[in-house]
Design a protein around this ligand. Sequence first.
Ligand code: ATP
Ligand code: MG
Length: 376
Amino acid sequence: MAIFARDLSVRSYRNFERYDLALDEGVTVLVGRNAQGKTNLVEALQLLTAGQSFRKPSPAELVQTGEEGCSLSLRLEGDGRVLDHELVVASARRSFRRNGKKCTASGVRGALPSVLFCPDDLDMVKRSASVRRGALDSFGMQMSERYAQLVSAYERTVEQRNNLLKERFCTRDLLAAWNESIASTGASLLVHRLALLARIRAHFVRAYASIAPHEVADMAYQPSIGDLEHAGAATSADEAARAALRLEAQERFLACLEERADEELRRGLTLSGPHRDEILLTVDGRDARHFASQGQQRSLVLAWKVAEVEVTRDILGRPPLLLLDDVMSELDAHRREAFLGFIAGEVQTVITTTNLGYFSDEILSRAKVVRVGDGD
Ligand code: ATP
Ligand code: MG
């Protein structure tokens, strides 16, 4: 059964002194001129569902200029229960609450995952692999707490190992003491990423084909430790097969660390592992980073987002909250239609726009349209 975001309230948050928004179970369109706070509202929804925002703000940035602190709350309903998520910033520190009880970001993550599509996402195709890895991990963290734990444990280990590598006293022997732990966490994260990417890929290929029927898009995960013989086992239901893959990854990772230790010491950096992996996107077999046209880049990102919605359904058995910030102007009429056709499905959606002209009468007749700011 679906869970819906119902009521958003913000106080002293960004450009809003106070703002209350009741969301529709279907489509809510936020319309307004530039700089009225539409993206800020989308960001608030993302913070209260994913526990983080695409802008990666410091706590102080969320607080309205001149104010001491801010609060954001979102009521969720469904499955016969009510959930209240809150984010409070006080003394430049942020804290989350779930049903009034203090928690970390993980406490608000997972109940209603959100999939955001905004103009910055076009960076996913042409920019460095870190953008694609970040997109995969942000989504994975909402799909499973184990995935989230692995991401933060691995990031911490890499940071600590890099700090050690930068020390003048660091030797190969000292490094070796760290290698077991980074290889073990890294191998687990790698297996989780392979499994999630395989799920996304299936929907991604299909979604792209429906947007651009004469082209074939694909994605592949390329580990910096080299391709793994048992990579296919990542999606296996057989725990022993996954354990064998984890072991293969761990051993390969250890061998890479050993092999490149001198170079790592010279450069003060950990040079292999999931933080150096690539996610390759292709159109008709050609690397999208170098060959995709503007339109193909948009289709690739669109297909990736559609896939995230479908994978959420597969894994959790219910759809996510879809947040579309200002993307209608980025899409041509054909892609807009394909996408609007898609959101006609059972997905709660919040769309921002400066111009209602992008929407068909059919969509507008069943959407809730909310004017943000001073209108014209
Ligand atoms: P556009 O249509 O151009 O995308 P928008 O409606 O999405 O506009 P937002 O990005 O949400 O606009 O920003 C609205 C305003 O909020 C901006 O003018 C920005 O300067 C302001 N703003 C952001 N953070 C704060 C803050 N902490 N205090 C006060 N104002 C802020
Ligand atoms: Mg905006």
